[in-house]
Write a protein that binds this ligand. Structure first.
Ligand code: ZN
Length: 199
């Protein structure tokens, strides 16, 4: 919602609310920006409902309280994080993001790439509409013949192959993952993941 707004929008809003007046000149002075940019930021504030319409030579009315600014800044920060996540398409960044959510599950010793409650929710999924339709299709692809648990050395025939889909909130945060996940139930560890879809 706010992603099109100026990068300095939150700072500018604090300035305007502290001063209880919304004038471009104030922003020009405090933020060392040009008057065109300052005027645009004030227009954005009007659009967001934080300040009133232009009143000629008089400064615009400030319509937002300090509390309103605090809650706005919070959602602004969240949006910024989401935008950063949206850029974080590479595996390492998404992994770091998702690892923050990872917790140990049941008697599994290892913290894994995916949080166990999410994995658990997918345990019965043995088919997908994508590259491999079933877990057997996945197992039968020659390119998977060397997948082994590094703990017990058992191969695919003895491992659990499930179709993993991360929960809705991860898709909303552009960190959603979907694909084939191989687990060793004996060693209680994640052996392999092959993404089929990544947003
Ligand atoms: Zn194992």
């Amino acid at each position: 919602m706010f992603d099109a707004y100026d990068e300095l929008f939150d700072l500018a809003l604090n300035i305007v609310v502290s001063a209880a007046k919304a004038s471009p000149n104030l922003l020009v002075r405090k933020l060392s920006i040009g008057s065109a940019r300052a005027a645009r930021i004030i227009d954005e504030m009007e659009e967001a409902g934080f300040v009133g319409p232009s009143r000629g030579n008089k400064p615009r009315e400030v319509l937002v309280t300090a509390e309103g600014v605090t809650s706005f800044i919070k959602s602004w920060e969240e949006e910024k994080n989401q935008r950063q996540l949206a850029k974080a398409h590479d595996e390492k960044q998404i992994k770091e993001f998702y690892e923050k959510e990872a917790i140990k599950y049941k008697d599994y010793d290892h913290t894994v790439f995916f949080p166990w409650p999410d994995v658990s929710a997918c345990l019965n999924e043995k088919s997908s509409k994508h590259v491999y339709r079933t877990a057997d299709d996945f197992k039968n692809d020659p390119k998977h013949k060397d997948i082994k648990c590094t703990g017990c050395n058992r191969g695919l025939d003895s491992l659990d192959v499930i179709y993993f889909k991360s929960p809705d909130w991860t898709w909303w945060k552009l960190a959603g993952r979907m694909g084939w996940l191989v687990l060793c139930d004996k060693c209680k560890k994640q052996v392999y993941f092959e993404a089929e879809v990544m947003n």
